[in-house]
Structure formats: structure tokens, C-alpha cells
Design a protein around this ligand. Structure first.
Ligand SMILES: *[C@@H]1O[C@H](CO)[C@@H](O)[C@H](O)[C@H]1NC(C)=O
Ligand SMILES: *[C@@H]1O[C@H](CO)[C@@H](O)[C@H](O)[C@H]1NC(C)=O
Ligand SMILES: *[C@@H]1O[C@H](CO)[C@@H](O)[C@H](O)[C@H]1NC(C)=O
Length: 450
């Protein structure tokens, strides 16, 4: 490029700049120039050193984004508004063409160092140089900062999933004491733009002010607390955890105590109980994973699931006990009295008794008949042989009869036991089902009435 061209371009450019600077200043530019000639944004805008700056807070809660019980925090989205008076930002509108308001990026002016004292993390949605402060001619400044705030919040989970939580947003000046900066809150709190959360219902959002004297700094500090009171909607937990738990336990109760086949053999009882307990244990793990690991108490729901586990365990124990009792027929033991009493099994007792007596009678009968045959009497060889055969046959018959009686007794005993076991099963099943229902109802009643 030739030197002459470059000089030409520079010359043109100079002319342009010169022309622009010759345009008269607008009212706004004039005002900004006048104000910021001496403005120092690092100094608190006060006339004399012992005057206080009044700051009014008015946050608008947009939504509750997330709650994390295990990490003990709550994430909210809000528009944090602050109003204060800056005497160096006031002007007479008549001097500046009637201008009453001015918008200036926040980072060009002084603004209060209000912070959240229980803050964990904060994301500011609009960057500072795109975010404007609205300044009134009397020096009133309004700033609006949209932010996603993660606050520390202590959860009391004893009543989970019917719990109400009280999360507090603790706002205060970071460096200014109560003598330098006084903080106010405007009432009522702004909930116009609040969006409902699916898990939580917002009960209230209220502010309170406290002044605290700290010995270490020998000064009072002003704190504003915003209490966010939220109540959990329990439907999700009832449908995804409580209902399946109830159904699984009920099915396992029915399954364990139902007769498995016609012959009355019942196996797999312990296996079934164990499967139920495993399922419950997994559900319990899912629930407790969400909870903070405190020892302050157990959530209502965890207690409910533990009870379900206990019911499943008791189920298996009782089933095995009944099985064990039922096996007693192999030893020829009759059904004991207490089982008869609780199963109302009175009819068969008499029969078992007569059976036993019959067997005894029969042997006595044959024993009594024994002397009637005298093999030593003088008889012919043929008769003797016949008598011997008859004797043998009688002996065999006696054995067969005894055997049949034994079998009959055994069979009746077995049937008796089977009936008793079936009734025990039925009673246990009804009791457990009723208990399970009672536990579930109690859980719901405690939860909803709390
Ligand atoms: C600040 O507020 C207090 C109490 O409302 C009031 O007495 C005081 O004049 C205010 N100060 C300024 C500078 O507005
Ligand atoms: C929330 O907690 C604060 C501080 O513990 C208490 O002052 C306030 O009354 C509580 N709010 C509710 C509604 O329980
Ligand atoms: C939010 O919930 C409240 C109370 O449950 C209800 O009155 C309100 O209409 C809901 N708002 C929206 C936007 O769903």
C-alpha cells in the first residue's frame, strides 16, 4: 500500500472523529459526565462519616429448583432487589432537560455488600455489566440481580414423606456494621412470579429482622432472615414406595400361607420370605440414600419399611414353625391341645382316641383267643398240620390287620395334622394381613394428621 493512501485514510478518519466530537452532548451524557466526574464507587455514599445507609431488600422468589436432603441444601431462583439512597446520584431534573431516571450498569456505582451468610453457591444469571441500576433523580437506586442460589438448609426428616421444612435465607452486610448500614425488608414478600414445584408446596415466604451484637467485633450487625417454609407432597412416595411395599408384603403373606399342592407339602416358604425381605431392603436403601446420615431419628417411611421387613421375617418364622409342627405326625404324635384350641379342631380328637383304643383292643382280642386252640391235644397228623397252617394264617392275618390299622391311624394322624396346619396357615395369614393393613393405615394416619 502506498504511503499516500494511508495518509489519506488517516486524514479522513480524523475528520470523522472531529465531526463526532462537535455534536452537542445529550442530556443523558451531560448528566453522566456531571455525576461521574467526581464519583468514587468504592466509597459508601454518605454526607458525614457517622450517617447510616438504609438498604431495603425485596427479593422475588421465582422457584424452588431443587432440594437435597442428603447434602442439606436448597437451590432457589430469585430476583434479588435492593433499594437504597445514594446522595451523590441525585440531580435536579430541570437542569438536565427534565430527565428523572437514569440507567447505569451496576458495576459503575457503589452498591451494598449484602450477601447470604448461609450461601453455598451462587450463579448470577445476568452479568454485572449487562445489568443496570435504575436511578431516580432524588438519588434512590434500585438494583435487580437474578440469581440461582444454593443455600444451606437443615432438614428434619422424621416425618418423611409428610415433612414440612423451614429453610432460611440469611442476608446481611458482609462488612458494614449496624451503625453504618441498616437493612430493612419490604412487606409483603414478592411471590407474584412464583412457579409451583412438583415435589414441594410453598407454605410461606416471610421475612424477619434481627440485630445481633458480636463481642469479637464489638459491634451490632443487622440480619434479615427469609424463611422459606415448604411442605412435601407425599403422593409420589406413597405411589412408588408405600403401595408396592404393601402389595409385595401382602402377596408374600398369601403366598407363604397358601397350600402349595394337594398332598399338603409346603416348600419354598423360607425362600419366598427371603425374596420379600430382599425387595424391602432394596427399597429401604433407595429411601435412606436420599436422607441425611444423621442419628437424630429415623424417617417415618423408613420405619414403615422396616416394619414390612419385620412382617416378612415373622411370616417366614411362623411358616417354618407350622411346618415343623406338622412334621410331628411322622412320630405318631397327635395334634396337641393348644393347636386344637386355636384352630377350633375339636371333632377329630375323639376319632384319634378311638383309633388307638381299637388297635389295642384288637391285639387284646387275638391274645385272648390264643388259649382256645390247643395244639398239644391228641389229634391226627393231618389235623395238626391244618391247625398249624391256620395258626400261621391267623398270625399273618393279625399282622396284616395291625398293619392296616397302623396305616389307617397314620393316615388319619397325617390328615389331622394337615387339617390343623391348614387352619393354622389360614389364621396366620389373616392375622398377618390384618396387621399389615393396620400398620399401613397407622402410617397414613400419623402422616396426614401430623
Ligand atoms: C434510615 O432509616 C431510619 C429509620 O427508618 C431513619 O430514621 C433515617 O433517617 C434513615 N436514614 C437515611 C439516610 O435515610
Ligand atoms: C422457621 O425457622 C425460624 C428460625 O428457626 C423461626 O424463627 C420461624 O418461626 C420458623 N418458621 C416456621 C413457619 O416455623
Ligand atoms: C400453585 O399451587 C397453588 C396451591 O397449590 C395454587 O393455588 C396455584 O394455582 C398453583 N399455581 C400454578 C401456576 O400452578
Amino acid at each position: 500500500m502506498e504511503l499516500r493512501t494511508i495518509i489519506g485514510i488517516l486524514f479522513l478518519f480524523q475528520i470523522k472523529v472531529g465531526e463526532a466530537s462537535r455534536v452537542p452532548l445529550t442530556d443523558q451524557q451531560h448528566l453522566v459526565n456531571t455525576i461521574f466526574e467526581t464519583y468514587d464507587k468504592t466509597l459508601r455514599p454518605i454526607e458525614d462519616t457517622d450517617s447510616v445507609t438504609n438498604v431495603t431488600l425485596n427479593p422475588a422468589l421465582y422457584s424452588i429448583l431443587k432440594t437435597d436432603e442428603a447434602a442439606e441444601c436448597i437451590v432457589i431462583v430469585q430476583s434479588f432487589r435492593m433499594i437504597w439512597k445514594d446522595i451523590f446520584l441525585s440531580w435536579d431534573p430541570s437542569e438536565f432537560g427534565g430527565m428523572k431516571q437514569l440507567m447505569i450498569p451496576i458495576n459503575r456505582i457503589w452498591y451494598p455488600d449484602i450477601t447470604f451468610l448461609n450461601l453455598i453457591e451462587m450463579t448470577i444469571v445476568v452479568p454485572e455489566d449487562n445489568n443496570y441500576a435504575r436511578i431516580n433523580y432524588d438519588g434512590t437506586v434500585l438494583t435487580t440481580i437474578d440469581e440461582v442460589v444454593t443455600l444451606h438448609c437443615k432438614y428434619y426428616i422424621n416425618m418423611f414423606p409428610f415433612d414440612v421444612q423451614n429453610c432460611t435465607m440469611h442476608a446481611g452486610s458482609w462488612m458494614h456494621t449496624g451503625e453504618q448500614m441498616d437493612i430493612f425488608y419490604s412487606t409483603p414478600t414478592d411471590l407474584d412470579q412464583y412457579n409451583n414445584n412438583t415435589e414441594w408446596e410453598l407454605i410461606s415466604f416471610t421475612a424477619r429482622k434481627e440485630k445481633a451484637y458480636y463481642v469479637t467485633t464489638e459491634s451490632t450487625w443487622v440480619d434479615i432472615y427469609y424463611d422459606i417454609v415448604i411442605q412435601r407432597k407425599p403422593t409420589y412416595y406413597l405411589l412408588t414406595f408405600v403401595l408396592p411395599c404393601f402389595i409385595i408384603t401382602s402377596i408374600s403373606i398369601i403366598g407363604i400361607f397358601a397350600p402349595f399342592n394337594d398332598s399338603g407339602d409346603r416348600e419354598e416358604k423360607v425362600t419366598m420370605g427371603l425374596t420379600t425381605m430382599l425387595t424391602m431392603a432394596i427399597i429401604l436403601t433407595i429411601i435412606t440414600d436420599k436422607m441425611p446420615r444423621t442419628s437424630e431419628g429415623m424417617p417415618l417411611m423408613a420405619m414403615y419399611i422396616m416394619l414390612q421387613v419385620a412382617i416378612a421375617a415373622a411370616n417366614s418364622f411362623v411358616a417354618v414353625f407350622i411346618l415343623y409342627q406338622q412334621r410331628k405326625w411322622t412320630n405318631g404324635e397327635p395334634v396337641p391341645g393348644w393347636i386344637r384350641v386355636i384352630t377350633f379342631l375339636t371333632l377329630r380328637k375323639v376319632k384319634t382316641g378311638t383309633k388307638t383304643r381299637k388297635t389295642n383292643n384288637s391285639s387284646h382280642y387275638y391274645g385272648a383267643k390264643e388259649p382256645a386252640i390247643d395244639i398239644h391235644a391228641p389229634l391226627s397228623e393231618h389235623m395238626k398240620q391244618q391247625l398249624m397252617v391256620m395258626n400261621e394264617m391267623r398270625g399273618m392275618m393279625q399282622q396284616i390287620t395291625e398293619h392296616i390299622y397302623d396305616q389307617e391311624v397314620e393316615e388319619r394322624l397325617r390328615k389331622d395334622w394337615q387339617r390343623a396346619a391348614h387352619r393354622l396357615d389360614l389364621i396366620a395369614m389373616l392375622l398377618f394381613l390384618a396387621f399389615n393393613l393396620a400398620v399401613t393405615l397407622a402410617f397414613l394416619v400419623i402422616g396426614y394428621l401430623h
